[in-house]
Design a binder for this molecule. Structure first.
Ligand code: DOR
Ligand code: ZN
Length: 359
């Protein structure tokens, strides 16, 4: 970690990628893709649509819809994922690989494991890891990463303990049974997860969101209940936030940027049973810069945001650059979202960094 007495007025980085993103479909997709395409060259697009994206054919069709929503002149490539169900045919892994080797631009690069019922649109998720053994074997052979929503779903386990319990109950065994399987523990939120990933060897990595670096669970309850800070896995105590900041800024290549930006209409967040998800795509890299600067680690941002992800996914690093300027700006109160509105994280607040050159 480094400190500097004269704060930098600008920061130029290799163009970053977002290794965990929700884009939805239809009008919602149209509304959010321009934000991400302005910041990131590529993004791993989550498959938890209704119905979920469970075949290569569906993933490629979804990729076309994403590309069609990219504004003219923007350069953005979606990296697609399949949603793992109890019934996913291992043949889909072979199809995804074949598509990859064929060099076609739309690529299915990973498979997402949601334990059934863990979060938004996860009802079709996996009920028992033993049911997906053949798929995991095929993935281990092919080198395709398994992206894990690492929370147990048992109602007996306290909401705040579900990630740590997942490591002990499932991840340790999965790691032992499939030593060569490439695993990304998505959006980690705890000290236990950071510690686990750090010592789990070269085939285990983790994404970290901007909101988990910036906030602890007090944010959800300060001055009344604040639904726009509610996501899953839920924000944790300050000790966990500090452990995540330490991991992200450590230079360890197994930690990289994944926003988990998850748009929900404002009226469904501000609701008696508000949806889980924070929308951060409008200012993601700015918020990461803020979190890194707070601990004097801006010099580590490029590795985390632009190098470690492609290295783990065995994809080339981007060649373009972006520049962030120290320029205070106010986040809009909301954005259009089809017929509804979308409230971004930090709505109406002032951010210290602003993206200057959306390539
Ligand atoms: O907060 C979340 N929102 N966590 C997830 O895992 C899913 C996401 C969504 O799709 O809204
Ligand atoms: Zn997510």
């Amino acid at each position: 970690m480094t400190t500097s007495s004269t704060p930098a007025s600008q920061l130029t980085l290799t163009r970053p990628d977002d290794w965990h993103l929700h884009l939805r479909d239809g009008e919602a997709l149209q509304a959010v893709v321009p934000h991400t395409a302005a910041q990131f060259a590529r993004a791993i697009v989550m498959p938890n649509l209704r119905p979920p994206v469970t075949t290569v054919q569906q993933a490629l069709a979804y990729a076309q819809r994403v590309r069609a929503a990219v504004p003219p002149g923007a350069d953005f490539e979606p990296l697609m994922t399949l949603y793992l169900t109890d019934n996913l045919d291992p043949e889909e892994i072979r199809r995804a690989q074949a598509n990859r080797e064929g060099g076609a631009p739309a690529q299915v690069v990973a498979v997402k494991l949601y334990p059934a019922g863990a979060t938004t649109n996860s009802d079709a998720g996996v009920t028992d890891l033993r049911k997906i053994w053949p798929v995991l074997e095929a993935m281990q052979r092919s080198g395709m990463p398994l992206l894990v929503h690492g929370e147990v779903t048992s109602p007996d386990i306290d909401l705040f303990d579900r990630e740590a319990a997942f490591i002990d109950t499932h991840l340790t065994g999965l790691r032992r049974d499939f030593p060569d399987l490439r695993i990304v523990m998505e959006h980690i939120t705890t000290r236990e997860a950071a510690q686990y990933v750090r010592q789990a060897g070269p085939n285990t990595a983790a994404t970290i969101t901007a909101h988990h670096l910036l906030y602890n669970r007090n944010a959800i309850f300060t001055g009344g209940i604040c639904p726009h800070y509610y996501c899953l896995p839920v924000l944790k105590r300050e000790t966990h936030r500090l452990a995540l900041v330490e991991a992200a800024t450590s230079g360890d290549p197994h930690f990289f940027l994944g926003t988990d930006s998850a748009p929900h209409a404002t009226h469904l967040k501000e609701h008696a049973q508000g949806c889980a998800g924070c929308y951060t795509a409008h200012a993601a890299i700015e918020m990461y810069a803020e979190a890194f600067e707070a601990v004097g680690a801006l010099d580590r941002l490029e590795g985390f945001a632009s190098h470690h992800g492609p290295d783990f996914y065995r994809l080339p690093r981007n060649t373009g650059r972006i520049t962030l300027q120290r320029q205070a700006w106010q986040v809009p109160g909301d954005y259009a979202f089809g017929q509804a509105r979308l409230t971004p994280l930090r709505a109406g607040q002032t951010l210290p960094w602003k993206l200057a050159t959306p390539v």
